[in-house]
Design a protein around this ligand. Sequence first.
Ligand code: HSE
Length: 349
Amino acid sequence: MEYQIILIGCGTVGQGFLEILDRKAELLRDVYKFEPKVIAITDMLKGSLLAPDGIQLKKLLEVLKAGKKLNDYPGPKEKTEDYLDPIDLIEQVEADILAEVTYTDIKTGEPATSYIKKALRTGKHVVTSNKGPAALHYHELKELAHLNQRHFRIEGTVMSGTPVFHLFETGLAGNEIREVKGILNGTTNFILSQMELEEMEYDEALKLAQELGYAEADPTADVEGFDAVAKVVILANAIMRGKIKPDEVNRQGISTLRKQQIIEAREAGLRYKLIARVKKVNNHIEASVTPEKLPLTDPLAGVMGAQNALTFDTDLLGKVTIQGAGAGRLETGFSILSDMLAISKSGKN
Ligand code: HSE
């Protein structure tokens, strides 16, 4: 079945998603009966492009790879603009799915939340990898989607395309989830791994993480645990049915940890990890992000480098751990595809 898609945001994730659609077009059509047609894209830096007959992705990707803008797309189009306001675009263009992959603002969730609301109210399914709306307004957006009989899907918000929410919704369906506990930030896990394996001091490991492109120039969101807090709130609300806010999470980052502490832990058979945890305590939900010393028998202790992992503690199956990428162009681009395939599979067009 054909799905008309609007893409808001054409940075790393948006382009990764477009590349996947291009590379997998035949497989998606033949095996999954999914025929995506991207008809509109708008991006604050790259401009805007409308092509109701479908954008030719190969041509567009060439343009973008050359560092040019959407305005330079040479294929058939209705129009290009320096920048079309996403709200106007969503209102004016009829489409089946909005893929929202703009930047995360964890304080307000905006402007992404407004885009998502507009899309749901104008009858579009929404797929997003943006943590802001999911962390701050999950229940409201889910309810709005329900009222409009649309999907609101967020696989890419936690562990990029690693199928955390798909696992919860399908393979683990029917279980009570008593606790989720994981490594949800790749930058800090990389730094801790370097401090232990290479015996680096924190500052040296952080510098390497920045050089390799894991950590931002301002690494606060990662190293002080704010990024993991956003993700743990999403898990608390979407998986554990909580109603918590980021400032209710007990948070401690890794910036005060010293090499000596990590080596002492290693000598005691323990390993420091920045653990994000949600659990039910007396019928209410508690969430935390703190460095913990794990025994090496814990599956999370074996997760090194920039990888992420999450353990579900379930009533019927015991503990189930999923490990995989937590970020990346194709990895997060894939989360957008996987949510679209879930929409397609549900038969709701
Ligand atoms: N900065 C995050 C991390 C990736 O290091 O895991 C995006 O969520």
